[in-house]
Design a protein around this ligand. Sequence first.
Ligand code: PGA
Length: 253
Amino acid sequence: MRKNIVAGNWKMNNDLAATKTLISELESQVKTRPDVSGAEMMIAPTFTNLMEASKLLKESDIEVIAQNMHFAENGAYTGEISAGMLKSIGVSTVILGHSERREYFNEDDAILKQKVDAALENNMRIVFCFGEKLEDRNSENHFNVVEGQIKNALFHLEAESWKSIVLAYEPVWAIGTGETASPEQAQEMHAFIRNLVASKYGESVSENVSILYGGSVKPANAKEIFSNPDVDGGLIGGAALDAESFMAIVNAF
Ligand code: PGA
């Protein structure tokens, strides 16, 4: 059965002190968490705070994950971090393909495919993000765009590798804008994605892959979005920077 997951993408926020504070607030929240919530929790602090975060949360139910990585194992790539380096500090999951990486750092499908392969070679789990821009939706091209993003970076994989893939549909027009896809729009796209995966890999793969929704998820709208049959959780930006909001979203399950 696929898992419900709520992942906090902290982006370029929180220095070391703020990271420690937010982690300790999250831990206090987790202690008071009702047992009913069935969601796995992840947080993605910045690279400089990953090691401290992963030490602090070693024994906890919150997994510390990375926001990005390079595809090479090492070498002359100034400023970059490899999968092996992440593994060496206890980080085994990485977000790849976030729209901000695609938009501001020119990460295209070909680069992402290499990153996916490098992560899998290092036995890492991947939260793979994709989603259409506003102009794609307005021109009713959103299904094509999403299909291309998934096929180009992931459809060369063997079925077995899909055990390490979590998908995150993040319509670019909903990220950090306060605008969310309606529950119907989210469900429609998530069902489309699951069918796409089924058409290539069959139902046992498609039924087991978690598909998260991301884009202005807040405590006020989480329940409605997560109640859709094909929405298995969320990738949370802004609301993940506040422990109470993040846990309220986790507890929406
Ligand atoms: P947001 O960001 O929740 O602030 O819209 C989501 C994301 O970028 O993953």
